[in-house]
Write a protein of this length. Structure first.
Length: 62
């Protein structure tokens, strides 16, 4: 094992895509709750938004 030059756990592209997915999830969940939905609806909307955002950003980020 080379301890002086460790390999990153995730690549930069993967980290950016997942970060954007999480930010989209938070936005969708918060907006759903603020619009009058329950917390469970916010979680479900956030989960759906995460899946769609990761797929979207995966296709547009080269």
């Amino acid at each position: 094992m080379n301890s002086q030059n460790p390999q990153p756990l995730l690549g930069l592209r993967t980290a950016i895509i997942l970060l954007l997915g999480v930010l989209t999830t938070l936005g969708a969940g918060v907006l759903t709750v603020l619009a009058g939905g329950s917390a469970a609806s916010g979680v479900l909307a956030g989960g759906a938004a995460f899946a769609a955002a990761v797929l979207f950003f995966h296709t547009i980020i080269a």
